[in-house]
Write a protein that binds this ligand. Structure first.
Ligand SMILES: NC(=O)c1ccc[n+]([C@@H]2O[C@H](COP(=O)([O-])OP(=O)(O)OC[C@H]3O[C@@H](n4cnc5c(N)ncnc54)[C@H](OP(=O)(O)O)[C@@H]3O)[C@@H](O)[C@H]2O)c1
Length: 287
């Protein structure tokens, strides 16, 4: 076990008023765990939880994840209220669908602010707590698009690939402190992710990318028929982190995610094999 489960665990979860984050909060409260839940709207979070679950162990926190000081204050409130911290889940994120050349400077910065800078703010504020306790688990919600990239999703992939690299390095850095890291890689899940409210689109488009426009329409139409069940996804995260205790570095969720990731690994393997005879040609001669 990476942290005691004989007492309620304390979780800090970002992006919780909808989708996977909301289901995770609901499941954790039902388990009797303590949950600090960040959101841009505590009203939306509380309304979504309704009266179906006991919220006495919930600390709803209105936080702009891009604001490092606000994140630090939220983590302080969490440890003051619950006396510690066991699991950190960086879940907040959104999709963006456009060709690379259609993606504006502001759109790039906004995405990376949420998916990279925001995660970094949370890690800077929480890692000292986990390290100090000599145990804990960081769960970073990436995507199968953090492993493989497809046209139209370049900006989203850029954010998730960054999250994958950060997570892999972090896992090796903090292992000796008793802190584990798991990167979750979902396929398509039936959350609000593909709704017009969540999926961001470019301010400017060109006529040069009809395939990207068609893909945008297809994705918006996919809403409601995605393969992945967010309740099962949230449960898988809890089970692998809490019950398994040994949460793997990568947790793929969904048979679609598994198929896409396998195709990527096969292509990468073929690339590596083809490069094997020539890769050493740029080395200095060994003495
Ligand atoms: N659903 C999928 O198909 C899928 C696939 C692969 C990966 N994912 C990843 O899974 C995570 C959860 O997404 P979801 O599927 O649950 O989607 P969702 O239903 O749209 O929920 C996304 C959550 O992220 C937060 N969020 C969105 N935009 C944000 C912003 N600009 N700043 C701060 N927070 C923001 C929201 O939090 P508040 O509104 O409460 O602030 C919301 O609760 C994301 O990281 C997403 O990239 C989803």
């Amino acid at each position: 076990m990476s942290f005691p489960t004989t007492r309620p665990a304390t979780w800090f979860v970002t992006g919780t008023s909808r989708g996977l984050g909301l289901e995770l909060v609901r499941i954790l409260l039902e388990r009797g765990d303590d949950v600090a839940a960040t959101t841009r709207s505590t009203e939306r979070l509380l309304a979504a939880l309704g009266d179906r679950v006991d919220t006495s162990r919930l600390l709803p926190l209105a936080v702009d994840l891009r604001d490092a000081e606000a994140v630090t204050r939220a983590v302080q409130r969490t440890t003051e209220r619950f006396g510690g911290l066991d699991v950190v889940v960086n879940n907040a994120g959104y999709g963006f669908l456009a060709a690379v050349e259609e993606t504006g400077d502001r759109e790039v910065r906004d995405m990376l602010d949420v998916q990279v800078v925001g995660v970094w703010n949370v890690l800077r504020a929480t890692l000292p707590v986990l390290r100090g306790r000599g145990s804990g688990h960081v769960v970073n919600v990436s995507s199968v698009l953090g492993l493989t990239a497809v046209p139209g999703w370049a900006l989203y992939c850029a954010g998730k690939f960054a999250l994958e690299g950060l997570s892999e390095a972090l896992a090796a850095e903090v292992a000796d402190f008793g802190v584990r890291v798991t990167v979750v890689e979902p396929g398509y899940f039936r959350t609000d992710f593909l709704t017009a409210d969540s999926l961001a689109l470019p301010a400017d488009t060109t006529d040069a990318y009809p395939a990207v426009r068609a893909m945008t329409a297809d994705h918006l139409a996919l809403q409601g028929s995605q393969l992945g069940d967010p309740v099962k996804g949230a449960r898988a995260i809890v089970e692998r982190v809490v019950h398994g205790g040994d949460g793997p570095l990568r947790l793929l969720l969904g048979s679609d995610a598994h198929a896409y990731a396998t195709a990527k690994v096969d292509a990468l393997r073929a690339n590596l094999d083809a490069a094997a005879p020539t890769a050493g040609a740029t080395d200095f001669p060994t003495s």
